[in-house]
Design a binder for this molecule. Structure first.
Ligand code: PEP
Ligand code: CO
Length: 465
């Protein structure tokens, strides 16, 4: 690590003089989940190439999202963040991308209608290619190989060639992220008018025999109201269909592979500071948020808003220290805290955390990820999550915020617009026996289209209260 000159534009917390930051200063720190590239020269070549390529997003877009997040911190907007656990290179296909945008847009309309406030849409896409793993290696039938760390790092196949970290994947992932984002931008530009008609949505879950009649009636009522509200908007005047269908989307991914993140971190003309221009909203995972670690060192130097995942063992005092390091000037819209406690732990872990951060007067946006604390394995060793656990964590989190007087400003889901069978439950009635029929995720189980839409209805109903 270099010299100890404090950076002039930032005030450090009392007693701490941060060393000089550069996009590469993280390399002197210990990195959890560090990727061990055997061919360092190939890594250098790939990083050099990646650094020279154009950015995927602009600093202006990042500033816009920061402003919106600042409004969400004040309770004036709500964040909906969602997408795959892990994107894969082979799934960079038009049908998949369209399905993802569609479900996020439909959920957002349901939430807007229920909450009567604008929703910020952020996809886990166009770069969500790196995965932290519980174990660095995996053993099958006596053979031990590196774990699969996502397509940005290595291949999922269980053989040495696939599992060896390959620096050329930094470029392949960047290219796939670019293609994905290009298609997303094109879809947004051409409008989503038809998606504003709930009569075109797939609402089969509402007709399922197992659904309680009172809930069915309520879903129908909400859908009708939503359809009427949208027709009313359309009828308001010329061009409003277009206006209405031109929606904003932002991108996010876990900033796990710091070679990728730092290669695309740059200064821009007439603005101060450094920007990670691979994505609008990078996040720090639960396993890499050590305040002295490489990831926090990297993230403290960029101007993007940064989200931090917080599990049930997060120590409230550590969290405040982390916020101070990442956002020393307490700037609005810059810090997003994503709690992912699990339905069995949320009630105990949340109140002290919420209260401690509130007492510190740090400006944060509280978001609930009800997925990552609720993963379990079936008897047949299939990773799944139960719809009811997910809903329960959301409800517990809403209650905890109400009790402490803080504001739940967003939600974070792993979901897909397709008809997969990875999570169980929901009115569509996916059971454990169904899981093998269409299980696609290489990492965590996602809500399918019906489950995600129903979750939005239940959440909107709950937050409307
Ligand atoms: C994820 O979001 O896919 C993830 C791994 O989350 P966490 O860091 O919260 O476990
Ligand atoms: Co996940």
């Amino acid at each position: 690590m270099g010299d100890l000159h404090g950076s002039s534009s930032r005030s450090a917390p009392a007693g701490v003089t941060p060393a000089r930051w550069t996009p590469e200063s993280w390399q002197a720190r210990v990195a959890a989940q560090m990727i061990d590239y055997p061919d360092r020269q190939a890594l250098d070549r790939a990083v050099t190439k990646l650094s020279a390529l154009p950015p995927l997003v602009t600093s202006g877009e990042v500033e816009r999202l920061t402003e919106l997040l600042a409004q969400a911190q004040e309770g004036r907007r709500f964040l909906l963040q969602g997408g795959d656990c892990a994107e894969t290179l082979v799934d960079c296909r038009p049908d998949k991308v369209t399905a993802q945008l569609k479900i996020l847009l439909q959920m957002s309309l349901v939430l807007v209608h229920g909450m009567k406030k604008p929703v910020i849409r952020v996809g886990r896409f166009a770069g969500q290619y790196a995965k932290p793993r519980t174990s660095a290696t995996e053993t099958r039938d006596g053979q031990t190989l590196p774990s699969y760390f996502g397509d940005l790092v290595n291949g999922a196949g269980f053989d040495l060639a696939s599992r060896t970290p390959d620096p050329d994947r930094l470029l392949a992932a960047y290219q796939h992220a670019a293609v994905t984002l290009n298609f997303i931008r094109a879809l947004i530009d051409s409008g989503f008018a038809d998606l504003h008609h709930p009569e075109n949505w797939d609402l089969r879950f509402m007709e399922h025999a197992g659904l309680r009649p009172s809930l069915r009636a309520e879903y129908h009522r909400m859908t009708q109201q939503l359809a009427e509200a949208l027709r009313f908007m359309e009828a308001l005047g010329d061009g409003s269909v277009d206006e209405l269908s031109r929606v904003e989307f932002f991108t996010s991914h876990e900033g796990l592979n710091l070679f990728y993140e730092s290669a695309q971190t740059r200064e821009v003309p007439r603005k101060s500071g450094w920007w990670n221009l691979t994505t609008h909203l990078p996040w720090i995972g639960e396993r890499t948020r050590n305040v002295d670690g490489a990831h926090v060192e990297y993230f403290r130097g960029i101007r993007n808003p940064v989200a931090i995942k917080l599990g049930p063992d997060a120590d409230p005092a550590d969290v405040v220290r982390l916020i101070n390091v990442l956002n020393p000037d307490n700037e609005p819209g810059r810090t997003v805290l994503v709690t992912r406690m699990g339905a069995t732990k949320a009630e105990k872990a949340l109140p002290s955390l919420l209260a401690h951060v509130a007492d510190s007067r740090r400006r944060v946006l509280w978001v609930c990820d009800p997925m990552h604390g609720n993963t379990r394995a079936t008897d047949g060793e299939i990773k799944t999550r139960h719809f009811d656990d997910i809903l329960q964590e959301l409800e517990m989190t809403i209650d905890a915020h109400t009790r402490i007087g803080t504001n739940l400003g967003g939600v974070h889901f792993e979901l897909t617009g397709e008809d997969v069978t990875e999570c169980v439950g929901g009115s569509g009635g996916v059971t454990e026996a169904d899981l093998t029929s269409n299980y696609e995720s290489l990492c965590d189980p996602r809500l399918n289209y019906q489950q995600a839409l129903e979750m939005a209805f239940l959440l909107a109903r709950r937050l409307a209260k």
